[in-house]
Write a protein that binds this ligand. Structure first.
Ligand SMILES: Cc1cc2nc3c(=O)[nH]c(=O)nc-3n(C[C@H](O)[C@H](O)[C@H](O)COP(=O)(O)OP(=O)(O)OC[C@H]3O[C@@H](n4cnc5c(N)ncnc54)[C@H](O)[C@@H]3O)c2cc1C
Length: 437
């Protein structure tokens, strides 16, 4: 008998999704729309993952320039977010989002689909029998409880469920170095008209920061300055400052990530207040309460999507999505030359409009596990492809494929490899409007 068998059962459902970020939203909403009973377990108090609790300002690359490759749950949520931000339509290339509105829309979309959400439930362990996961153990307000189900979707971003179940995984480059995380921020009030005027005169935040780096007066050696974005009438959300040398699977590093991230936030805000037009009256309102993690585990699945597939714009018979964001591996160290190379690579690998690569069903099936899907930024792929499909639309699309497939797999007791992928593709086109040419 498993050591967890005596724990109280918090919930039982057909499909259990762990993690409520873009991938988990895609998975849970798609499974529920296909008639499955779905439970979504989230460790924080809101849905949206990086887009809300993580304060990542922008959802980028929903399109390949011709096709809406992220059509489905992603565009459905974004359409409502934009409406509430008083924007006329989604900018499919680069859409800034208001984190609070994002949270509220996700609550509503999950409820509308019939997803049962539990907040403040952290996945802590997995109960496995042979190649099947039987339950997940969550830590919540009353201690440990079990959640039982037929199919399990790992949308934790870190591949935690799969790893706890014993799946093989890879991390980082050949030496284990990973992209550095950030701690995103919010500033308000910002005078955006004044900012735009200043930017026209060469005084954008990026231009001013670069000047300081060049003349040796920058308060931080940050060569990869992403910037601030308009996410409200008088509010800026910033993706500013990397916390270099941080391994986001190491407990000490994670804690240092938050404390150092908060110090960096104060230093960079001082620069904005003193130098960037439009930000003179701003305050540092908030730093994210979820560390903005770019890279941790990549779970090994039945197929490992590779850089070569990116270069070939591969098509697979079992494509469950297509995507097109270029290779964007942020540096793990402070190094100006390496940063130059990051930017060159991003530019060199960019596709022409209308080009895209396929993500096969096999890449979301962790090897050795029969009733588990892996989604989002930790699917089975190499580091180059991870740096492409980690952006939010890429995570939504693997999530919605896993959710749709999970519902279909119930006919055979949740066996993921029994799903007829041609039928899955037809289902996703019909029910989600997914882009699957
Ligand atoms: C600084 C930064 C900037 C970025 N910029 C952009 C950008 O401009 N545009 C873009 O599109 N993408 C961007 N990305 C990438 C993108 O935000 C993430 O890769 C994407 O959100 C990953 O989606 P996900 O659903 O896989 O994971 P996440 O968004 O990380 O969501 C995972 C969810 O699972 C929950 N969770 C984790 N562990 C557990 C557990 N044990 N138990 C229960 N719940 C758990 C988390 O709380 C979270 O809600 C950026 C990322 C970072 C870090």
């Amino acid at each position: 008998m498993s050591c967890f068998a005596s724990l109280e059962v918090l919930a039982d459902a057909d499909v259990i999704v762990c993690g409520g970020g873009p991938a988990g939203l895609g998975a849970s909403i798609a499974a529920a729309r296909n008639g499955a009973k779905v439970v979504l377990l989230e460790q924080t108090g809101a849905l949206g993952g990086m887009a809300s609790v993580g304060l990542v300002p922008s959802v980028i690359h929903m399109t390949d320039g011709k096709n809406i490759t992220a059509a489905g749950v992603c565009t459905d949520i974004l359409a409502e977010v934009c409406k509430r931000m008083n924007l006329p339509k989604i900018n499919y290339g680069w859409q800034n989002v208001n984190a609070e509105i994002f949270k509220q829309v996700c609550d509503e979309k999950a409820a509308e689909a019939g997803v049962k959400v539990y907040f403040n439930q952290k996945l802590a362990a997995v109960e496995r029998e042979g190649a099947y996961v039987k339950s997940v153990v969550v830590a919540g307000s009353k201690g440990l409880k079990r959640v039982t189900g037929k199919v399990f979707v790992d949308s934790t971003g870190d591949g935690a469920l799969s790893a706890f179940a014993g799946a093989e995984f890879e991390v980082g480059d050949k030496d284990g170095n990973t992209m550095s995380p950030s701690l995103c921020v919010q500033y308000a009030p910002v005078d955006w008209d004044e900012y735009a005027k200043g930017a026209q005169e060469g005084k954008s935040d990026r231009a001013l920061w670069k000047k300081m780096l060049d003349n040796g007066t920058a308060p931080l050696l940050e060569h990869h300055f992403v910037g601030t974005f308009k996410c409200g009438e008088r509010m800026a959300t910033g993706n500013l400052g990397h916390i270099y040398g941080t391994n986001c699977l190491n407990e000490d590093d994670i804690t240092r990530g938050y404390t150092e991230g908060r110090k960096i936030a104060v230093i960079i805000h001082k620069f904005f207040k003193e130098q960037v037009p439009g930000f003179q009256n701003s305050e540092l309102v908030n730093t994210a309460s979820l560390l903005s993690v770019r890279e941790t585990r990549r779970i090994v699945g039945d197929y490992k999507l590779c850089y070569d597939d990116y270069l070939k714009r591969s098509h697979f018979e079992d494509d469950i999505a297509r995507f097109s964001y270029p290779i964007d591996i942020h540096s793990s160290k402070v190094n100006a030359d390496e940063q130059k190379r990051v930017e060159e690579r991003l530019h060199e690998t960019r596709y022409q409009d209308g080009e895209n690569y396929g993500i096969p069903y096999r890449a979301i099936l962790p090897k050795g596990l029969e009733n588990v899907y892996i989604t989002g930024r930790s699917i089975s792929c190499d580091r180059e492809i991870q740096s492409s499909l980690r952006v939010m639309p890429g995570c939504f699309v693997t999530g919605q494929a896993a959710g749709s497939a999970a519902a279909m797999s119930l006919a055979s007791g949740g066996r993921t490899r029994s799903v007829d992928v041609a039928k899955l593709r037809a289902n996703m086109r019909e029910k989600l409007g997914a882009f699957l040419p």
